[in-house]
Design a protein around this ligand. Structure first.
Ligand code: SF4
Length: 320
């Protein structure tokens, strides 16, 4: 049974562990989309839900918008008087909306906490850079507000073009066909976007056509930037995914088991770099992220058709 609770929080602008963001805003705690590979399920332990299943509860932070306006105004004062220092060389803070929850999951249609947070951003006159990460097409409802925020982009997580796969791996999230339409709508409306292909789903190694189709579908929406990341099967992830697949797609389990191997990752790196040559995407972070090794694999040589696994550069990155 799904549990929906209203809560109040003491703070809403919290430090981000992402290498590219200084702060995060999570209007909800928990996520009813309940993706099989979600890395945010560790949050159960920190939010009093240790004994509940990820995907079956959500806490609605009812005072988030009010707090956000105040906290952004304070941050702005710190920027002006030089008291704020970025962990990178950025002059303005970078803030992600939705690092451990989806800000446009279904409850947002009724509670509008994310929408009200956007209103708070506008009222605060914040000069920070904002970045919304979602799988929810509901974000298109807020185009009117997004247009009023000078520096904001919307990232959609899109891992496949097949609705059956997205339904299987991404629980209650909107099917990917709907996400692609929403992505196009944002691009048509002039809102900056990017796509997170995170995780790279394991059967891709055996299926070059799927990657090609995915890149083409993303390009057709007008989106120009993509971020790529290998699947993180640490902790209990493989167990959880195996449980889900055992019922509906047991033949896929072996691909996920193989995805832990270096050989699998090397094959996939080689394939992706080669296919990318036919696309003009900007690659976020410059390459393919590997959370387990805390590295980003960067294409090094031009002729990827002949690439061996030593032909790319592995760069250390911070927390990912
Ligand atoms: S939408 Fe994001 S936060 Fe929500 S369950 Fe899926 S991966 Fe986790």
């Amino acid at each position: 049974m799904l549990k929906i609770n209203k809560i109040t929080v003491k703070s809403i602008l919290t430090k981000s562990g992402f290498p590219d963001d200084d702060f995060c805003i999570n209007p909800y705690s928990g996520c009813l989309f309940g993706c099989s590979y979600c890395f945010a399920d560790f949050m159960r332990r920190f939010s009093g839900h240790a004994h509940e299943k990820w995907g079956e509860y959500v806490d609605i932070k009812v005072n988030a918008p009010e707090l956000l306006e105040k906290e952004l105004m304070n941050l702005e004062k710190r920027i002006i008087n030089g008291a704020w220092k970025s962990k990178s060389l950025r002059k303005k803070p970078s803030i992600v909306v939705g690092s451990v929850t989806d800000p446009y999951q279904g409850v947002e249609a009724k509670y509008e906490i994310t929408r009200k947070c956007l209103e708070a951003i506008i009222l605060s006159r914040s000069t920070a850079k904002f970045n919304i990460l979602t799988k929810g097409h509901l974000v298109t409802r807020d185009v009117d507000l997004l247009r009023k925020i000078p520096s904001i982009v919307v990232g959609f997580t899109i891992t496949t073009t097949d609705d059956t796969v997205s339904r299987l791996m991404e629980g209650n999230a909107p099917p990917v066909s709907i996400r692609l339409k929403a992505l196009k709508k944002l691009n048509d409306a002039g809102i900056g976007t990017y796509v997170c292909i995170n995780p790279l789903l394991p059967n891709f190694v055996k299926n070059e056509k799927s990657i090609l189709k995915l890149f083409q579908a993303i390009r057709d929406t007008g989106n120009k930037e993509i971020w790529l990341e290998h699947i993180n099967l640490g902790g209990n992830k493989l167990k959880r995914i195996t449980r889900i697949l055992a019922d509906k797609a047991p033949d896929q389990i072996r691909y996920f088991e193989a995805a832990k191997n270096e050989e699998y990752k090397n094959d996939l790196n080689r394939l992706i770099f080669r296919i990318l040559e036919d696309f003009n995407f900007k690659i976020g972070g410059g390459g393919i992220f590997d959370h387990v090794r805390k590295t980003v694999i960067v294409r090094d040589k031009k002729d990827t058709k002949k690439m061996s696994k030593t032909d790319w550069v592995i760069e250390e990155v911070g927390n990912i």
